[in-house]
Design a binder for this molecule. Structure first.
Ligand code: FES
Length: 97
């Protein structure tokens, strides 16, 4: 538990200096859980990525799955980030084929 807290609190270089190593994938997963892509609805980047991985391939589907873009700003602050995640997922999917 303490190690996890240290990994989250300390930037990776500092964590490494105290003998803690994290893979880039672990570090990204932690950042995704901590990043509020839609602050109005407190929807994390991890939740949006999970929705996309589960088939939400449009903004409407992401909204339905997560509640993102349904907050007080109606997506003005989060829409472009979500579009970026959708584009990234599409691009990664194309590379897999
Ligand atoms: S930040 Fe997502 S609805 Fe406002």
């Amino acid at each position: 538990m303490i190690i996890i807290i240290l990994c989250v609190i300390l930037p990776s270089r500092k964590a490494e200096s105290v003998g803690i190593t994290m893979s880039p994938i672990d570090e990204q997963a932690i950042k995704d859980r901590l990043t509020k892509t839609c602050p109005c609805r407190v929807v994390t980047r991890a939740a949006i990525k999970e929705a996309i991985a589960n088939g939400a391939d449009t903004l409407e589907k992401v909204r339905a799955a997560t509640g993102a873009m349904a907050g007080s700003c109606r997506g003005q602050r989060c829409r472009s980030s979500i579009e970026g995640l959708l584009e990234q997922a599409s691009w990664e999917k194309d590379l897999e084929i």
